[in-house]
Design a protein around this ligand. Structure first.
Ligand SMILES: NC(=O)c1ccc[n+]([C@@H]2O[C@H](COP(=O)([O-])OP(=O)(O)OC[C@H]3O[C@@H](n4cnc5c(N)ncnc54)[C@H](OP(=O)(O)O)[C@@H]3O)[C@@H](O)[C@H]2O)c1
Length: 326
């Protein structure tokens, strides 16, 4: 009876898993954060009263219009999901406002308080989070030897600690239902790092690594982890990167490379980058699979970058120098 109210009996495989492993015995701290009685109240009150029982609730960060998050939000909605579209400002998602499939929330991934507030609103409204998509991210274009450390901190805070904050907020809830998917948006640049984007690539490498560990650690709790690895996708990332680049100090050693460094900010937006909605269609289809892939890469250059990853270092460096340093 209780299990059917909170939706556990919906999936028989989850019951059979729980016969072998009891996650609360392995991770007893989860029960501190998560109040089981509150969940039961919320699940029964909201899932049933909203008539949305069969729909998956998806929380996405960084949904400003023109970017990947926005396209993912629309594609999840087109696949019968209830979408919590978040961004730093609701103004950047105004076009979704009148559509009942979207619940808009302002969320800055740098603020733990803000994240807790949004999670609490979502649980209050829907009673559950089925899928968390850590999409928000910023580029940081600069030579490593001269980049201000404040810019390094900000990029790690946004691209790595931000997703981890959201994961820590969502996992206790997902674990209580033995069900959920966490999607981290990485980057193909990790496969063959280029000059001038070392900070960004380091954050995405760390995020990939974090996803690999999470996949193992969250499996016993019934949560899937999917590392989405975009190639070059049309978005606002180039313009945002240049805006940040304009705040950088004048380079001392790298003045001769000024044009090449600035151009790196736009690299993903040149040469027929993949349309955002095409990327979103393929990615959402992979995420919604019953057994989603651990690694999903699509978009311009994703194949080339996989090949580059396996090349001998001297050949890889030769190609990259030709493209980015001359
Ligand atoms: N486009 C590509 O070619 C490409 C390739 C590989 C990986 N990616 C990754 O894909 C993801 C989406 O990027 P995009 O290409 O769609 O770029 P985008 O258009 O610039 O979108 C980035 C989103 O992240 C948001 N954001 C930035 N800082 C934030 C913060 N502190 N809190 C909450 N949201 C924040 C931005 O909000 P504002 O609008 O308020 O700035 C925006 O909504 C990123 O993780 C990026 O690294 C993109």
């Amino acid at each position: 009876m209780v299990a059917s109210i909170i939706g556990i009996s919906e999936d028989p495989s989850l019951i059979s898993n729980s016969l072998f492993i009891n996650p609360f015995k392995i991770f007893p701290f989860q029960s501190n954060f998560f109040n089981y009685k509150n969940l039961l109240k919320r699940e029964s009150k909201h899932s049933l009263s909203m008539g949305s029982y069969g729909q998956q609730v998806v929380v996405i960060t960084g949904c400003s219009q023109g970017g990947i998050g926005h396209a993912l939000a629309k594609e999840f909605a087109a696949n019968n999901c209830l979408v919590v579209a978040t961004s730093r400002s609701v103004d950047s998602m105004r076009d979704l406002e009148q559509d009942h499939r979207f619940y808009l929330q302002e969320l800055d991934v740098l603020s733990e308080e803000n994240i807790q507030h949004v999670m609490s609103n979502v649980l209050e409204k829907f009673g559950r989070v089925d899928i968390l998509v850590n999409n928000s991210g910023i580029q940081c274009v600069a030579p490593l030897a001269e980049v201000p450390l404040s810019a390094v901190h900000k990029t790690f805070d946004t691209n790595l600690y931000g997703p981890l904050r959201l994961i820590q907020a969502a996992v206790p809830h997902m674990a209580s239902r033995r069900k959920g998917k966490i999607v981290n948006v990485g980057s193909v640049t990790v496969m063959a790092p280029t000059p001038w984007a070392g900070v960004y690539t380091a954050t995405k490498s760390a995020l990939h690594s974090l996803s690999d560990t999470l996949r193992l650690e969250l499996k016993p709790l019934g949560i899937d982890v999917i590392n989405v690895v975009p190639g070059a996708i049309q978005s606002n990332i180039g313009n945002s990167a240049v805006a940040s680049y304009n705040q950088m100090p004048e380079w001392k050693l790298y003045k001769p490379f000024e044009a090449a460094i600035r151009e790196r900010a736009y690299f993903s937006q040149r040469n027929k980058s993949t349309p955002t909605d095409e990327f979103a269609k393929n990615t959402v289809s992979a995420i919604l699979k019953k057994n989603p892939p651990a690694w999903f890469s699509t978009g311009r250059y994703s194949t080339i970058m996989s090949i580059m990853y396996h090349l001998p270092i001297c050949i890889k460096d030769f190609i990259i120098r030709k493209v980015f340093m001359s």
